[in-house]
Write a protein that binds this ligand. Structure first.
Ligand code: SF4
Ligand code: SF4
Length: 263
């Protein structure tokens, strides 16, 4: 089973691809329902068999981690350590089932990630910001039913996808800015000139001097102070998180070495 990601990201520069923040698009088999707009006919009724919670890499961005961490009453730092692979994928049990699949279904249902909500749709965003949707071929054991009784928009609403799609777009923008800035920095000066935290793997050394970029609580704590951390709302924290990284990127652009090494 491949990795699911509903967006079409720009490819990261090869020299920082190992940094793990970049999404890897899974190319699921498509049906003939392609290039759908929000107004296009579409509906899906889930059979609640939980088959899609097995043998699937569930990729999560910092906002999704923030929601899941709040659900589990953990900091994002602890959540990443305990429940993710490399800070990017939800852990799975040895039999391939998602860590959060319980006997009665998803144990984090109100805060389940984007891909779990969007299936069987994939969303694509082009460079001009326009979006389209594709219906993927259902997984072999899926008991869900695709029909045309509603619209893509009503499905998105029913799955409470608005904040997730906004977060996906915001983080895609941030990661693109980050990739471009770091790529330029590396090509100009060599990787040794970059602060160490740029290369810290998610989950590594959370008490170290540099935050893991994917970890909202670490980045906010070190970049924005306590005011931002006082909010337990992952949606609000997302904006502080992005602002903190953009602040560092601004310093990087202006060659403020003291500031950029603080983040
Ligand atoms: S988060 Fe929930 S819905 Fe998503 S794969 Fe895991 S158990 Fe299934
Ligand atoms: S495999 Fe299909 S029917 Fe089963 S829980 Fe997932 S979406 Fe629903």
């Amino acid at each position: 089973m491949g990795r699911l990601f509903p967006l079409t990201p720009k490819a990261p520069p090869a020299n920082i691809a190992s940094y793990h923040i970049f999404v890897v698009a899974y190319m699921p088999k498509q049906t003939d329902m392609q290039n759908l707009a929000r107004s296009s006919p579409f509906s899906f009724v889930c059979g609640r068999c939980s088959s899609c919670c097995t043998n699937k890499k569930i990729q999560v961005n910092p906002y999704e981690i923030g929601r899941l961490a709040t659900h589990c009453s953990l900091t994002t730092t602890k959540f990443i350590q305990l429940n993710t692979e490399k800070g990017v994928y939800l852990q799975r049990h040895n039999n391939g089932t998602c860590l959060f699949l319980g006997k009665d279904g998803c144990e984090v249902h109100p805060n389940r990630p984007l891909v779990c909500r969007l299936y069987p749709l994939c969303r694509y965003v082009s460079s001009d910001g326009s979006e389209s949707f594709t219906v993927t071929e259902l997984m072999p054991n899926c008991q869900g039913l695709v029909s045309q009784g509603g619209t893509v928009a009503t499905f998105l609403f029913s799955q409470d996808l608005a904040p997730y799609l906004q977060a996906a777009d915001l983080y895609l923008g941030l990661f693109t800015r980050l990739a471009e800035a770091l790529s330029k920095e590396i090509s100009q000066e060599g990787s040794s000139s970059l602060p160490d935290w740029v290369f810290v793997s998610p989950g590594d050394d959370p008490k170290g001097p540099f935050p893991n970029l994917l970890d909202m609580d670490q980045v906010i704590g070190k970049g924005m102070g306590r005011r931002a951390l006082a909010s337990s709302d992952p949606y609000k924290k997302m904006f502080f998180h992005i602002k903190a990284i953009d602040k560092w990127l601004g310093a990087l652009k202006e060659g403020d070495h003291e500031e950029r090494n603080k983040r």
